[in-house]
Write a protein that binds this ligand. Structure first.
Ligand SMILES: [Zn+2]
Length: 287
């Protein structure tokens, strides 16, 4: 009996240590899965004809990254319709990232999203720091990157962060954070969290080998665009009424790409502020 007790205590400590435990409780209440079925029709979770999402992120890009390797990697992803998000170390081993103008040029040419990966990427950079210290470090790093890029997202080096990290990021106006979690749920803590898990929905690599299996029919946007979409989709409220053969669908918000699938062959009116135009193919409507 005692043996099991120790096991459970260790398990709980482990879950807290990985910072995944509190996310579990949140994810029970703020589940990412969206109730889509309205009886007469359903509303898709992902835009256009996609049925899942696959986000490619690359960590540890820095001043010292090989620009030629980077370019062929980006070229490969472009052919596969994948838009990666690069987590960049702002100030690595004494060099500012944006002083490498060759890499900056390549990233601009491919219109790549740059997100912030700590400040100098020293071991456990943020884990035991106070809120004020973290604000300072994050700001210094962001200033370097903002010389050439707009920064929306953040990931801590080695995923070593604490509760103050998220709070600091929110107060600094970041749009999202992407840490590790053992649970595969997108959720909101202080900020939208797009956690990296082992199931590869959020794929993370450190190497620039173009050797990534891209799943079929998965949407692969930049993280900032995904966060925008996910927030929209999570908060969307859908109402409807049926009058004879006419179906009226009322949306609380609008984004291009929302897909509606009809169960019966209605004449459909979609209303957000005014009646919207859409493309229809059989029973599928895409805004
Ligand atoms: Zn790293």
């Amino acid at each position: 009996m005692k043996k099991y007790l120790i096991f459970y205590i260790l398990l709980i400590l482990f879950l807290f240590y990985t910072n995944g435990f509190y996310t579990y409780f949140e994810s029970v209440f703020y589940r990412e899965e969206i109730i889509e079925d309205f009886g007469e029709f359903s509303v898709s979770q992902y835009p256009y004809n996609y049925d899942s999402v696959f986000l490619v992120t690359v960590d540890d890009i820095s001043y010292y990254t090989d620009p030629y390797k980077l370019q062929s990697f980006l070229e490969y992803l472009k052919e596969k319709n994948v838009r990666p998000t690069l987590f960049v170390i702002p100030y690595h081993a004494g060099e500012k990232f944006t002083d490498n103008t060759h890499i900056v040029e390549i990233l601009k040419e491919y219109d790549v999203e740059v997100a912030q990966h700590g400040y100098t990427h020293t071991e456990k950079e943020f884990k035991s720091r106070s809120y004020e210290e973290q604000i300072e470090m994050i700001k210094k790093g962001r200033e370097i990157l903002e010389k050439d890029f707009t920064i929306y997202g953040f990931r801590s080096p080695g995923f070593y962060h604490n509760f103050e990290t998220s709070r600091a990021l929110k107060d600094l106006g970041f749009s999202y954070e992407s840490e590790m979690s053992i649970f595969d749920n997108f959720y909101v803590h202080y900020l939208p969290q797009i956690p990296h898990t082992r199931n590869r929905r959020v794929f993370m690599t450190h190497s620039l080998d173009p050797n990534i299996d891209v799943p079929k029919n998965a949407w692969s946007p930049q993280m900032k665009d995904f966060v925008d979409w996910w927030t929209f989709r999570k908060e969307l409220i859908v109402n409807y009424k049926v009058e004879g053969n006419e179906l009226y669908i009322f949306l609380s918000d609008y984004k291009e790409g929302l897909r509606i699938t009809l169960k019966k062959d209605y004449r459909v009116h979609i209303i957000y502020e005014k009646e919207l135009e859409y493309e229809r193919e059989g029973n599928t409507i895409i805004l």
